[in-house]
Design a protein. Structure first.
Length: 388
């Protein structure tokens, strides 16, 4: 009887241990899943940070690929894009001598089918002596590969391929996570493509040789955001319309050219000048606070307004215009400094200047739009620099 009781107790203990182990296993699985979710969230945050960094678009793709390689311990990772006419390797850690093979993966029958169906393709060897079908002479480099076609709004844009050095290396990998990473790669490419488009629309102004406003939102921003605080100034030639009307657009164009020359002569490497739109220009003082920029602008305003474009001698004085017709108060465009030039007519610019603080990471476009609204809303001429 005693033996039976002992046996029953032992059975109960074993059952209790089995139940405990089962519950412990569930907790471990739950902890592992939670831990993996945290890892994935951290990787996703790294992706977002990389996309938002102020660096050339091509560099962002490379950093994203490096994150994938490091965080998921992938042997090889390659991102290839297709622009409609040719394939380009955007990021890879594979030696350059193998790039031609990686750019031709779309010709492989299995990968071509993957592209057509927009589905992932996994291929692997069974042993060390075999070779993956797309490899030409690279027996030792890769034994397993996962191929992901990339699409943006149902438009094929290329592919992402990861490779391992062991047969069946990706048999147990979480494909859900990889699909998430693929979607993040697509998002990154889409965002970067928008940045490239923005930078490509930067134009050089015909009369001044200056970059257009779009420069500020790409290459310019990378320079500006090296500093926590900068100053952005906008100035506007307020009498340019009267000059174009009463003197002729030829004089207005020459005046704009002279103004840009004067400003460029005073700029150092941390100052960025663009022709914003029409009679409006923007100067960014990277790393300079408003107090430091204001004195410079006061002197620059004087230099700009000292510019004189003389009336051509063959033109009739009766057809010329003087300051009284320009509707700009407190600006004397008559030449009263030299008796020898009393009979000569000239035109000079009148400019309004405003400035504000720009903080790293905020919208340059929003800041310049605000400056534009303010300067366009000013009625008349400003003697002093306006701080907004």
């Amino acid at each position: 009887m005693t033996i039976i009781i002992v046996i029953i107790i032992l059975i109960l203990i074993v059952m209790g241990l089995m139940l405990y182990n089962y519950q412990l296993g569930k907790k471990i699985d739950s902890f592992s899943n939670t831990n993996q979710q945290i890892v994935n969230l951290n990787i996703l945050q790294d992706f977002i940070d990389s996309i938002g960094e102020d660096c050339p678009p091509g560099e962002k793709i490379k950093r994203i690929n490096d994150i994938l390689i490091e965080k998921y311990e992938i042997k090889y990772s390659t991102i290839v894009t297709y622009n409609g006419s040719e394939y380009e390797i955007r990021a890879t850690n594979v030696e350059e001598k193998h790039w031609d093979t990686l750019k031709k993966l779309y010709t492989n029958e299995e990968f071509a089918d993957s592209i057509q169906t927009a589905t992932m393709k996994y291929i692997t060897t069974e042993n060390e002596g075999e070779r993956l079908p797309y490899l030409e002479s690279e027996f030792a480099r890769a034994k397993s590969a996962m191929f992901f076609p990339l699409y943006i709004d149902n438009v094929y844009i290329g592919y992402w391929i990861i490779e391992g050095s062991e047969p069946h290396e990706f048999d147990n990998i979480d494909t859900v996570i990889l699909e998430l990473m693929k979607n993040n790669i697509v998002l990154a490419i889409k965002t970067i493509a928008s940045q490239v488009t923005l930078e490509n629309i930067v134009r050089t102004d015909l009369f001044t040789g200056l970059n257009s406003a779009e420069y500020l939102y790409g290459e310019g921003k990378r320079i500006i955001d090296k500093y926590d605080i900068s100053t952005i100034c906008m100035f506007k030639i307020v009498n340019i319309q009267d000059i174009n009307t009463q003197w002729g657009r030829e004089y207005g164009n020459e005046l704009i050219t002279k103004i840009s020359d004067v400003v460029k002569q005073n700029l150092n490497e941390n100052y960025i000048l663009v022709r914003y739109m029409g009679p409006k220009f923007v100067i960014v003082f990277a790393g300079i606070e408003k107090e430091g920029a204001k004195g410079f602008l006061e002197d620059l305003k004087l230099q700009i307004e000292a510019i004189k474009i003389m009336k051509k001698k063959e033109e009739s004085n009766e057809e010329s215009s003087n300051i009284e017709n320009l509707d700009i108060e407190n600006i004397d465009l008559e030449n009263d400094e030299s008796e020898n030039n009393e009979d000569e007519e000239y035109v000079s610019p009148a400019v309004n200047v405003i400035l504000t603080t720009y903080y790293k990471g905020t919208s340059i476009d929003g800041t310049t739009k605000k400056l534009e609204e303010v300067i366009d809303g000013i009625d008349g001429y400003l003697e002093n620099i306006e701080d907004i």
